[in-house]
Design a protein around this ligand. Structure first.
Ligand code: GLA
Length: 392
């Protein structure tokens, strides 16, 4: 891929003596969904699919950007003082947002550059393509302009841009995993303290398998922000009695003992119940992983899905069907993954069962929805980095 992205650079802009290339992965989340903005634990890992950028300095203050995934947008050209959000710039807004935020914080980005992006990460399906671009660009600028950004700062800026420039109120999981991940590990991350522990992914004969429902995630951004607001309302109801800052600061037993507080607010009760039980499941799942108890892990994945379906209401008919088909086709744990409302599901499938799984899930899903799902085994990856002398 390094050669490919460099070749793309030359095709678009001509040759340049100093082209540098960087990679940022996508991520999966094994369990812990919709709790990173509620002070809980999540369990992500970075994956080998991701975004690649090739970039070279310019002497003036012009920035030129091209994405092979958005060929119709062509080369987007602007100058360092034209960084405000513009919807017609689609993908390039992620790049502009990061540059603008770095400039606001007085980092010396004092001349322009030419860049091209390509990649193999499916977009908008729950594998964090936008966080991947944000972290990719921050990592690239860090190296290009010798900014000396810590990884924590990269994460913070990338999340800030998503929240305040793109206006999606995401939590910290995606940017953190994409920056800090280690190959062959999942990361148990506490979303407010940012304490994290790497857990080796010894899946002894099992694979993590992603199925892309190819169902577009319509209204995802507004629904995501709505869920976040609902959690804030649920917290307001509980706060006077528990004196906590986040829903995940309340343990399950204490929560269950005060369900009376939700008398007239059944919706908020369900939202809070998902958050508090999912936080518990994530810690139990991390324990199960450390003890190589994959069957227990799988059970918790399935419980997570049902909670996201009934209490949090972020699944869809397609995701529910894929989970059901997966569990009937050899998976020992299946759940929707990411923000939901379409996108992908994650499954734990034994090596020997993979062919049967693929065949039977594809067949069943096609039969019901007339769509051929994409099914692939996940390889994990390190976090974002420069590609230097990688043999391919
Ligand atoms: C998106 C957000 C994350 C997280 C997940 C749901 O991926 O970017 O911060 O909230 O949804 O778990």
């Amino acid at each position: 891929m390094k050669k490919q992205v460099q070749a793309l650079f030359r095709e678009i802009y001509g040759d340049h003596p100093h082209i540098r290339t960087f990679f940022a992965p996508g991520r999966i989340n094994l369990i812990g969904e919709h709790i990173d903005y509620n002070g809980g634990y999540v369990l992500p890992a970075a994956i080998s699919l991701g975004n690649y950028v090739a970039v070279a300095h310019r002497k003036d203050s012009t920035i030129r950007m091209y994405s092979q995934q958005f060929p119709d947008s062509g080369v987007i050209q602007l100058s360092l003082d034209q960084l405000d959000y513009r919807s017609k710039h689609s993908w390039a807004n992620y790049v502009k947002g990061i540059i603008q935020e770095l400039l606001i914080r007085k980092y010396p980005i004092n001349h322009g550059f030419d860049m091209v992006i390509t990649g193999n990460l499916p977009r908008g399906v729950g594998l964090s393509s936008s966080a991947s671009i944000e972290v990719l660009v921050a990592t690239m600028l860090d190296h290009l302009f010798h900014l000396n950004l810590s990884k924590e700062t990269i994460v913070e800026i990338a999340q800030y841009v998503e929240n305040h420039y793109i206006h999606v109120q995401c939590g910290i999981m995606d940017q953190f995993a994409i920056t800090f991940a280690q190959k062959n590990h999942a990361m148990l991350l506490h979303s407010t303290t940012q304490k994290h522990a790497m857990i080796p992914l010894n899946l002894s004969g099992y694979n993590l398998v992603v199925v892309n429902s190819k169902k577009e995630r319509s209204l995802i951004d507004s629904q995501y922000n709505t869920r976040k607001n609902e959690c804030e309302k649920a917290l307001m109801i509980l706060k006077p009695h528990f004196h906590v800052k986040y829903l995940c600061d309340i343990d399950y037993e204490s929560f269950i003992s005060r369900l009376d507080l939700f008398k007239t607010n059944e919706l908020y009760l369900r939202r809070a119940r998902h958050v508090i039980t999912e936080n518990l499941r994530t810690r139990l799942a991390a324990d199960a992983l450390m003890q190589h108890d994959l069957h227990r892990f799988g059970e918790l994945m399935l419980e997570s899905h049902y909670s996201l379906k009934s209490d949090y209401e972020v699944t869809s008919a397609e995701l529910d069907a894929l989970v059901e088909l997966g569990m009937n086709s050899g998976s020992i744990g299946s759940r929707m993954m990411g923000a939901g409302f379409g996108g992908v599901t994650l499954h734990l499938v034994k090596d020997n069962d993979f062919a049967r799984f693929t065949q039977s899930v594809s067949h069943g899903y096609h039969h019901r929805f007339d769509i051929e799902p994409d099914i692939f085994i996940i390889d994990t990856s390190d976090g974002a980095h420069e590609l230097i002398d990688v043999r391919e």
